[in-house]
Design a binder for this molecule. Structure first.
Ligand code: SF4
Length: 368
C-alpha cells in the first residue's frame, strides 16, 4: 500500500522537489535562523498591510483567524489564502489606492465580482521589479505564481475544494465565491523599505496549475515507491544557499567534491593560500557594502525628488544639490540595424575593445 504522506504546502509548490520530499518524509532539518526571521517578519506585516488597504476602501474578508484553508488531492496539498476582496464590501477606493489598482480589477469590482487577494512583502530591489514587470521574469518573484495559481484553482473548482476557518467548516457557496469570483487574482506587492504599494492582476491559468500538479505528483510517486527524487537544482542555485537539507543533498556533495579536487589542484603555498582567502573575504565584504551603498543612494535620491521636486536647486550649509531632468540617450537600435544589414546585404562593422581581468568570488557551500 502507498505510504500516507502529509500535505504539501502550496506555498512551497515551486521549490526543488528533493527539498519538498525531505519535508514530506520528515528528514532532520538543519535550521537556518535567517529563514525563520524572514517568514516571521512577512507574517507580522500582513495584518498591518490589510488594515491599511481596508482604510483606503479595500476591505478583505477571510483573514486572520477567519483565514480560509484550501485543500486539494492528487497530490494532497493545503494552502492558506491571504483574503478575498468581497464585492459587496467595496464602496470605492481612496484616490492614492485607486491610482495604483489595475483597471481590470476596478472593472471587475464595479461589476460586483469578488477577487482573491495575495499579499507579498518585498525588499526594495524586488519591489522595483514587481512595480515595473509584476512577478514575471524574476528569479524568485516568478515562483510565487505556483502558489497563487494553486490557491486560485482550488478555490474555483468546487469538486476539489474544501474550506474551513479555525472553528467551522465553510461551504464555498456560504462565502459567496465560486459563483461571483473574478477569473483573475489581485497580487499586492508591499515594499518593506519604503512602505509603497504596487499591484498586478493575474489571470487564473488552468494549464499552469495542471503542470504544477503533474510535477508534484511525479515527486510524490517517487517517495511512495520508497525512493527520493533527484535534486532539481545544481547546488549553486539561490534556493540551495538556505536549504535545510543541503547537508544531505547529492547535488551539494557533488559540488563540494569537484571543488575540493580543484582546490587540491590549485597547489597554493600556505602563505599565498592565506593571502588569497583574506583578499577574497575582503572583496566579498566590499561587494556587500557597495550593494547597500547603491540601494541607499537610490533611496536618498528618491527622497530628495519627493521633497524638492525636479528640476530644483537646493543650497544646504555644506552642499549644492541640483536635481535635473536628464533626457534619454539616443542609441543604435541593434535589432533594426541587423534587419537593415540583412536586407541590404552588408556586414555591421565591429571593433575590438580592450580586454580586462574579470573576477568572480562565489561562496562555497558547507564552508561559508
Ligand atoms: S540543496 Fe538545493 S538541490 Fe539540494 S535539496 Fe536543497 S534545494 Fe534541492
Amino acid at each position: 500500500m502507498a505510504q500516507a504522506l502529509p500535505p504539501i504546502r502550496m506555498s512551497s509548490s515551486a521549490y526543488c522537489r528533493l527539498k519538498i520530499a525531505h519535508g514530506l518524509v520528515g528528514t532532520d532539518r538543519q535550521e537556518i535562523p535567517a529563514n525563520r526571521m524572514k517568514l516571521k517578519r512577512g507574517t507580522a506585516l500582513e495584518p498591518v498591510i490589510l488594515e491599511e488597504l481596508a482604510e483606503a476602501g479595500m476591505v478583505t474578508e477571510f483573514t486572520g483567524s477567519q483565514q480560509l484553508e484550501v485543500v486539494c488531492g492528487e497530490p494532497y496539498r493545503v494552502g492558506h489564502l491571504d483574503g478575498i476582496v468581497v464585492a459587496d464590501q467595496v464602496q470605492g477606493f481612496d484616490t492614492w489606492l485607486e491610482k495604483l489598482l489595475p483597471q481590470e480589477f476596478l472593472d471587475d469590482a464595479a461589476h460586483g465580482l469578488s477577487v482573491m487577494l495575495e499579499v507579498k512583502t518585498m525588499n526594495d530591489n524586488s519591489w522595483k521589479h514587481f512595480n515595473r514587470k509584476g512577478l514575471n521574469n524574476h528569479p524568485w518573484l516568478s515562483t510565487y505564481e505556483y502558489q497563487i495559481q494553486s490557491y486560485y484553482h482550488c478555490l474555483v473548482t468546487p469538486e476539489i475544494l474544501e474550506m474551513w476557518n479555525s472553528e467551522d467548516f465553510l461551504d464555498a457557496t456560504e462565502v459567496g465565491v465560486g459563483t461571483g469570483l473574478s477569473d483573475s487574482i489581485l497580487v499586492c506587492g508591499f515594499n518593506k523599505s519604503t512602505d509603497q504599494f504596487a499591484f498586478q492582476y493575474i489571470k487564473g491559468d488552468k494549464k499552469f496549475f495542471d503542470h504544477i500538479s503533474g510535477q508534484l505528483q511525479e515527486m510524490v510517486d517517487w517517495v511512495q515507491s520508497g525512493e527520493m527524487p533527484a535534486p532539481d537544482r545544481d547546488g549553486r542555485h539561490f534556493e540551495c544557499s538556505d536549504c535545510a537539507y543541503a547537508y544531505c543533498c547529492p547535488a551539494i556533495e557533488q559540488l563540494l567534491e569537484t571543488e575540493n579536487e580543484e582546490l587540491e589542484a590549485t597547489e597554493l603555498e600556505d602563505e599565498s593560500a592565506k593571502a588569497a582567502e583574506a583578499l577574497a573575504v575582503a572583496y566579498d565584504v566590499a561587494r556587500e557594502q557597495e550593494k547597500i551603498g547603491k540601494a541607499r543612494k537610490g533611496d536618498i535620491k528618491d527622497e530628495l525628488v519627493t521633497a524638492f521636486g525636479s528640476p530644483a536647486k537646493v543650497i544646504t550649509p555644506s552642499f549644492r544639490v541640483n536635481l535635473s531632468e536628464v533626457a534619454g540617450r539616443t542609441m543604435i537600435d541593434d535589432k533594426a540595424l541587423e534587419e537593415l544589414a540583412e536586407k541590404f546585404g552588408f556586414e555591421i562593422p565591429t571593433k575590438q575593445t580592450k580586454g580586462y581581468t574579470g573576477i568572480s568570488v562565489l561562496p562555497r557551500y558547507g564552508v561559508k
